[in-house]
Design a protein around this ligand. Sequence first.
Ligand code: HEM
Length: 166
Amino acid sequence: MTKILLSLHVLAAIVAVGPVTVAASMFPPAVRRAALPRGTGTGTETPDAGGGPPEADTVRLLHRICRVYAGLGIAVPLLGLATAQAMGVLGDTWLLVSIALTAAAAGILFLLVLPRQEELLERVTAGGSVERSGTARLAMVTGLFNLLWATVTILMIVRPGSTTGA
Ligand code: HEM
């Protein structure tokens, strides 16, 4: 049972957190491309289905990937907790630190990254401009999210101080 739970936990981390990392990292440069001044301003550009410049489609898709896979990603800590319970390691320091870092990463994703992406998507869809500092701040918090979950992954593998397994 423990092996099944651990396999599902690792699978969920790969399938859900992987796409969020890639899509969230691509989001700020995609916004910058979509919010470029419209060149000649002839007004002949074909707007995309959801409104805004054609590049807004990419921004919308990246945001959708982040939102959907972030939702699926909730399975990672849930399966992690079930695995820890089955292994009897819930009180281990490395695990408690991992839980705190996972909570911080989730907080950054749901409270900072996703809402800010939504704001920028709305602005791009409306054909508005976006200052560089706006995407730079998002890139910074996205980087922090990536750093946190990468740290958790290393902690999961190294398990400092653990006497179980290799
Ligand atoms: C509440 C948060 C989490 C809990 C309670 C948790 C719990 C666990 C437990 C108990 C193990 C088994 C360790 C062992 O074999 O002794 C494990 C392994 C693992 N976890 Fe988590 N985890 C959490 C979050 C995460 C996150 C956010 C990621 C990555 C995105 C992650 C990636 C992994 C990986 C890759 C392994 C396999 C390590 C190995 O067997 O070498 N975990 N986790």
